[in-house]
Design a protein around this ligand. Structure first.
Ligand code: UD1
Length: 424
């Protein structure tokens, strides 16, 4: 089993380039199923999840050319040979569910296994299903002969509708936007997710000929069109990856220039780091994050849907708060079970108490190397950050989670001076 070994590294210094966004590229790739024409996606990060999505597109019959060393993927979904997704990719990656809207819109039916992915809470798909039903689809939960559960949607034609999302779900907003792009008439989504990845998807769909307005606000309007065409698009930078390197500078008291990032996508991360005493300055090529001579102190935080503090940075921020002076409270409001890293950080002497959706971080401790498990993708990143400042050696197992979502994290950290290696 592959492991990552991290040792105490001193202040990280240098420049790190932010890759394309994992959470943006996955729905963009799914969107290529909406047209029979050739599509090109650029600035694609080299990630396991991207490969899984390509496998999924191929299983539907798309022709996929992966040029990941050039960060390019070409997709031509001339005809879809099936509307049934295989179990493998869907179980290993929850984001596979965003293929459902495009396949339903394109073929009139879609059958997708109940999804897997990071075990952070129940992660239901009821809002996706409500959206498809509102657009006129019949949706059933079915079981195959081997007892595998599927969700199946069928619609002779999709018809635009007005709907309200009880929770601003990212995946549901994406699925509905894609399906509604080819529906007859106008769809209005009230209380949609407003994440930058939603805006990126809407921009791409509009390049393909869709008519979407309001992405990034609290109401999205989609006027359906009869067909979409091929288009080329460059993925936005990964704000969560950028945030992780900002925290690497903060926790190690280093000085890192995070290049190719959009600072307006990380406003709450900047604000919280500044509250803790980290110095952040905008430069021509990116954001400089320095904690070199900082007197780091605690801050409370609460995760929220965008533009609030991102849940995907909560574990990494928790690792950081465990070493600053003073105690902090973290409230996780997006997922009901996203504290599995507390156990692991405590094995490293972190002193964090879990109280329902609240975590109380004692702060001011000297972390110690230990054998720990990456319980999910961002938890894995948090353990790497903790390992950079822990006495001794930290050995992280289950690193397949980290491979899913960080492009060359070992190489990037090494170039910043980290003592880190991967053992396969
Ligand atoms: C996406 C991101 C993930 C991030 C999350 C929240 C991708 C590939 N993944 O996940 O990294 O942590 O947004 O920012 O983009 N919910 C329901 N019913 C549904 C769908 C969701 O109740 O049908 C709930 C979930 O249980 C959760 C909340 O809504 O509590 C947010 O989930 P959602 O925004 O859907 O997250 P994902 O799209 O799965």
């Amino acid at each position: 089993m592959a492991e990552i070994i991290v040792r105490k590294s001193g202040g990280l210094k240098g420049t790190v380039f932010t890759s394309g966004s994992k959470n943006a590229v996955l729905p963009l790739l799914a969107a290529t199923l909406l047209t029979e024409q050739k599509c090109e996606i650029d600035s694609v990060p080299n990630l396991k999840d991207v490969k899984v999505m390509c496998e999924l597109l191929e299983s539907f019959g798309a022709n996929v050319t992966e040029k990941l060393d050039e960060n390019v993927i070409l997709v031509e979904a001339n005809t879809l040979k099936t509307s049934v997704a295989p179990i493998g990719p869907v179980r290993s990656m929850r984001a596979s569910i965003v293929s459902m809207g495009p396949v339903l819109a394109r073929t009139g039916t879609a059958r997708i296994p109940l999804p897997g992915g990071c075990a952070i809470g129940d992660r239901p798909i009821d809002l996706h299903i409500k959206g498809f039903i509102a657009l006129g689809a019949d949706v059933d939960m079915i079981e195959d002969e081997s007892g595998n559960g599927y969700v199946e949607a069928r619609a002779e034609k999709l018809v635009g509708a007005e709907m309200y999302l009880d929770t601003p779900s990212v995946g549901a907003t994406e699925n509905i936007m894609m399906a509604a792009s080819l529906a007859e008439g106008t769809t209005i989504i009230e209380n949609p997710a407003q994440e930058p990845e939603i805006v990126d998807l809407a921009n791409y769909l509009n390049k393909m000929g869709a008519k979407i307005k309001g992405a990034g606000t609290d109401m999205i309007k989609i006027e359906g069109v009869p067909e979409l065409h091929g288009a080329t698009h460059s993925v936005i930078p990964d704000r969560i990856e950028a945030g992780t390197y900002m925290l690497a500078a903060a926790i190690t008291k280093g000085n890192i220039l995070v290049e190719n990032m959009l600072s307006n996508h990380v406003v709450p991360i900047i604000a919280k780091l500044r509250e803790c005493g980290v110095v952040i300055t905008e430069e021509d090529d990116g954001l400089r994050v320095s904690a070199e001579n900082a007197n780091l102190k605690s801050a409370d935080l609460k995760t929220l849907p965008y533009p609030g503090f991102p849940t995907d940075i909560q574990p990494q921020f928790m690792a950081f708060l465990s070493i600053v002076s003073g105690s902090s409270t973290i409230l996780e409001t997006v997922f009901e079970n996203r504290f599995m890293h507390i156990n692991e950080l405590n094995k490293m002497n972190a002193g964090i108490i879990e109280d329902g959706r609240r975590a109380i971080v004692k702060g001011g401790v000297q972390l110690k190397g230990a054998e720990v498990r990456a319980t999910d993708l961002r938890a894995g990143a948090a353990l790497i950050l903790a390992g950079l400042v822990a006495e001794g050696e930290t050995v992280i197992s289950d690193i397949y989670h980290i491979d899913r979502g960080y492009d060359d994290i070992i190489g990037k950290l090494k170039r910043l001076g980290a003592d880190i290696e991967r053992i396969d």
